[in-house]
Design a protein around this ligand. Structure first.
Ligand SMILES: [Zn+2]
Ligand SMILES: [Zn+2]
Length: 260
């Protein structure tokens, strides 16, 4: 200990390579490092299992961490152990969008398109981060929705509840990628700030791939409304909020305009 900062072995040194994903559980059994970032975040791989999905075949890797009591996941496609340039997507949990199909946001489309994209790559990872409502939690997200129903926009609603617009921290995600022994990533995002946030935690980002959401018959109205908030599409409930993924959506233009 020096000035309150642990001087233990750097995390990376203890995150040795393993031949198979399932071996990470044994490797991490007693893992305890100095941690990532100012909060000394440490994570451990606790369980690994097959997860065939409608988007393709994945392995699901479940993590424990010392910070937030949440159980974050990695969905891994192909062999990412020790790999370079692994296509990677960070997704923040959105119960209302991901599971319930809410149209107040576009999280579910972002998730589906990312998983389809990753499963078409030789190797890819989606980190499913349990940071609901941009980190403010589900209950507060619904409180913010209620304020938005009364006319506040998404940013003002969060501020009214005493939160910053974005309460997320990328140290957990960075340690998860290090735990998977991914050597470098190509990040699927429209948000350069995410790249910088990961690089600040020593994750090598070799490229950024735009995350373009093609319009389809199910979301075309929503995406058009998002593009044009003039309110003439009366079928749509009050204007959708900005993305909870903090990742401005790029809509495939030809598709979005077709058939409108
Ligand atoms: Zn650690
Ligand atoms: Zn959402």
């Amino acid at each position: 200990m020096q000035n309150g900062v642990p001087t233990a072995v750097p995390c990376i040194a203890s995150l040795t390579s393993v031949p198979r994903l399932g071996d990470l559980v044994l490797r991490d059994k007693n893992h305890d490092c100095e941690g990532f970032g100012v909060h000394h975040i440490c994570v451990r791989v606790e369980a690994v299992a097959h997860l065939p999905t409608r988007f393709g075949r994945f392995e699901v890797v479940a993590f424990w961490n010392n910070r937030d009591g949440k159980e974050h996941l990695a969905l891994v496609h192909g062999n990412v152990l020790g790999a370079d340039n692994v296509m990677t997507r960070l997704h923040s949990e959105c119960l209302t969008g991901d599971a319930l199909g809410s149209l107040r946001c576009d999280c579910r489309d972002q998730l589906a398109v990312a998983l389809e994209r990753l499963s078409s790559e030789p190797a890819g990872v989606l980190l499913y981060m349990r940071q609901e409502g941009r980190g403010i939690g589900l209950l507060n997200k619904i409180r913010a929705y209620a304020l938005q129903d009364q006319g506040l926009d998404t940013v003002d609603a969060n501020l009214a509840l005493g939160f910053h617009d974005d309460e997320r921290d990328y140290a957990v995600a960075a340690h998860m990628l290090a735990s998977l022994t991914v050597r470098s990533i190509r990040l699927l995002t429209n948000n350069p700030k995410k790249v910088a946030a990961l690089e600040a935690h020593d994750i090598r980002v070799t490229g950024r791939i735009p995350h373009v959401i093609p319009a389809n018959e199910h979301n075309r109205f929503y995406l058009q409304t998002k593009a044009n908030r003039s309110g003439h599409l009366m079928e749509i409930p009050p204007a959708p909020t900005v993305s909870e993924q903090d990742d401005p959506v790029l809509v495939g233009e030809a598709d979005a305009l077709a058939g409108g």
